[in-house]
Structures are given as C-alpha cells and as structure tokens.
Design a binder for this molecule. Structure first.
Ligand code: F0G
Length: 374
C-alpha cells in the first residue's frame, strides 16, 4: 500500500460514501476530519466506528434522581469497544507514514481493535498481553484478525514497558494511547455527546485504567467549549477498581487485582493528563469495589437491557455509589460511558447469570412445567 495514497482502497476502486442522512457509516475520520490530524495523505479508512447510541436510562435514572441519565454505548463500535475511535486514527497515520506493522500492549480491547484495523489495512499487528488475564472474547477477536500474540508472564504494565522499548528499537508503530493519535480519535466521543444533547452534560462517568479515555474526553469537551459548540464542560467522574486504583491512592500499584480485567492496571500511562482532567473539570477519581462493579453489571443487564463487560460497569457503579453517599444530581444530566460489550467476557457472564442447564424431554407438558404455566 502506498503511504501517499489518499485512501486504503485498491487502485481504481470508486469512492462511495455509505453514509445515510444521519452520517452513520461515515466513520470518525470523515465525520470529524476538520478536528482531527487528517492531511490529504491520510487514508480515510473506516470499519464504521463512532456514531454510537446514547440511550436514556429506564430504571437507574430514578434512583440517581437526576433530570436525565444516558448510557453511551461504545460497545456498539465495530470491535465492541471505544478503542476503535482512536485506533482508526492511529492506524491511518501509520499507513500514511508507510509503517508495515503495529504493536500494542493490552488488557484485550486495544489488541482486538488494533488487530481489526491492521487487518483492514493489510498491516501486521503484534500484541503483548498479560498471560491468563485477558477475557476470552477479546483473545478470540485478536486471533481471528491474524495478530501475532505474545503472552508475557507479567502484568499489563510490564507489557506496556516492553512495547515502548520494542518500538524504540524497531520500525513498528506503537498504537497504545501514548500514541497521540489515539487520544485524538477518542475525543470524538465527547463531540458526539454534545452534538446529540445540544450541550455538554453536567457529569460524565467512566472507568479509568490506563487513563487515555478520560484524557481524551476532556480534550474533546474543552475543544467544543473553545469553539463555542458547547456552553459548558462536564465534571469528569472517573472510577478505578479498588484493587487497581493507583490514581486514587496517588502511587503505582505493583500487583493490581480486579474482576474487571480491562482496567487491571497499576501504573497508568496517562497519569498526569488524567489528574489534570479531573482537576480542571472539577471532577473526581474514586474507587469502586469488585462487588459494586458486579452489582452494576447485573443491574445494567437486567434492569436496562445493557450487556457490558465488567470494567464498563465501573462508571455506573461509581455514579450509584456517589448518589448513595449523598451527591445531589437533581436538575442535572449525567452520561455513563459503556466502554465495552458484555460479549467480550462470556466467562464472567456465565459465572454471574447462567443457571445449571439440564436437558428435558421435548414435549409440551414438560415445557409448560418448566415455564411455570401448569
Ligand atoms: N473500559 C474498557 C472496556 C477497557 O478496555 C479499558 C481499557 C478501559 C475501560 C479503561 O480505559 O485505559 O483509557 O483508562 N483497556 C485497555 C486495553 C487498557 O488494553 O484494552 P483507559
């Protein structure tokens, strides 16, 4: 693929925009081109990322007592997590530079996304993951897209250190969120929220791991405020797992532990930027326990119809906790970011929800009995 070609299409393929009237299908690079580091040489690739649903709560909103509570379903991105917004920009810029391979460290979602976009562009993806700590769905995706997976006997933080070192020694593009193009792409989620609500919400709740996403949201909200698209900026309320809460504790955690494997991170790369986002927004970064995360995970699935992975429930768990502790949100609008799909972690879902199945005879009386319709 020529690094100077303006798209990743094979030569001679006609440019067709699949977008309908809403802009759905345009992709992040086209839709927000004027606000992204896109040049004439940047291939405007897309797998249909962005333009994710903002769904109004049907149950939890009353408990929170706010004017409106929304869930932004980043799980609806093509690889099932918010990572696609940043990855499309990082991989497009890698293609533009003429890179042939990309590398990331990951707790699973970054690797699935990198693998998908690398496959789309004909690049080789390499991923370094902490052995035995990646949810099965994410591993399956990463393998399916043809990435080379290196599982290290160590943590995500070890994997990221190794990824940085390897990309300094070899011509392979690092596509973790320390790559500034990742943050640029991810800020588009903030734009979408303002575009849809007409202004910024009062509070934005999200899980925090390596801290790229909270950094990106803040950048997006600040940019829209400076451009006078929004009249205000939200407070950012970030939540870490209690067993992996370096930003809450104020020091790295050597052996982070949590059921939310996506955010099992002890030394976030975007530490300073996350603290700045917290402070400049008048927000907070707090800890939630695994029990609180799993309770929110269950409630989202069973009371809202939203199936997310455990890490994604941390933002909702945190909001509910703040309300229990007395936060007054009346007259406020809050948005919780559902960062990844429940299908990513089927083992956890089965452990939480699945009854013991035993086969029954295939006849009507038995089915009626099983349904309690006798
Ligand atoms: N939620 C999910 C589902 C994630 O996969 C991650 C991070 C986060 C939240 C936290 O976002 O790192 O920007 O603060 N996952 C990374 C990965 C680390 O490798 O997939 P963050």
């Amino acid at each position: 693929m020529s690094p100077t070609s303006s798209t990743s299409r094979p030569a001679g393929r006609e440019e067709l925009s699949p977008a309908g009237p809403s802009g759905r299908g345009l992709g992040v690079l086209r839709r927000y081109r004027h606000l992204l580091p896109v040049t004439d040489a940047t291939p405007l690739i897309t797998l249909g990322e962005g333009d994710t649903p903002l769904v109004r709560s049907v149950k939890l909103e009353q408990e929170v007592g706010c004017r409106a509570l929304y869930f932004k379903l980043e799980s609806c991105n093509p690889s099932g997590s918010f990572k696609d917004r940043g990855m499309v920009v990082a991989v497009a810029k890698a293609v533009e530079r003429g890179d042939r391979a990309v590398l990331c460290a990951s707790t699973g979602n970054t690797s699935a996304s990198a693998a998908a976009y690398a496959a789309h562009c004909g690049l080789q993806a390499y991923v370094i993951v902490p052995y035995g700590r990646i949810a099965e769905g994410k591993l399956a995706q990463t393998c399916a897209h043809g990435a080379r997976i290196i599982a290290v006997d160590g943590s995500f933080d070890d994997a990221l250190r190794l990824a940085r070192e390897i990309t300094q020694r070899h011509p392979v593009a690092l596509v973790n969120s320390i790559n500034p193009h990742r943050i640029e792409g991810q800020k588009t989620a903030a734009f979408e929220i303002v575009d849809e609500l007409g202004d910024a919400p009062d509070a934005l709740c999200l899980p925090v791991g390596n801290a790229g996403n909270i950094t990106a949201y803040w950048r997006g909200f600040v940019e829209y405020y400076q451009r006078e698209v929004a009249t205000r900026k939200p407070r950012l309320w970030g939540f870490q797992s209690a067993g992996a809460a370096p930003l809450v504790l104020g020091h790295p955690v050597a052996e982070p532990q949590t059921v939310a494997s996506a955010i099992r991170i002890g030394n976030p790369a975007s530490w300073q930027a996350a603290i700045a986002a917290r402070d400049e927004s008048g927000g907070d970064i707090q800890a939630v326990t695994d029990e609180e995360i799993l309770a929110a995970y269950r409630r989202l699935a069973q009371e809202e119809g939203i199936f997310c992975e455990p890490a994604s429930a941390a933002g909702v768990a945190g909001l509910l906790k703040r309300v229990r502790e007395g936060a007054d949100l009346s007259e406020k609008t809050a948005v919780c970011i559902i960062t990844g799909s429940g299908l990513k972690d089927p083992e956890r879902a089965m452990a939480e929800f699945a009854p013991e199945l035993r086969p029954v005879p295939p006849d009507v009386p038995t089915i009626e009995r099983e349904m309690g319709l006798e």
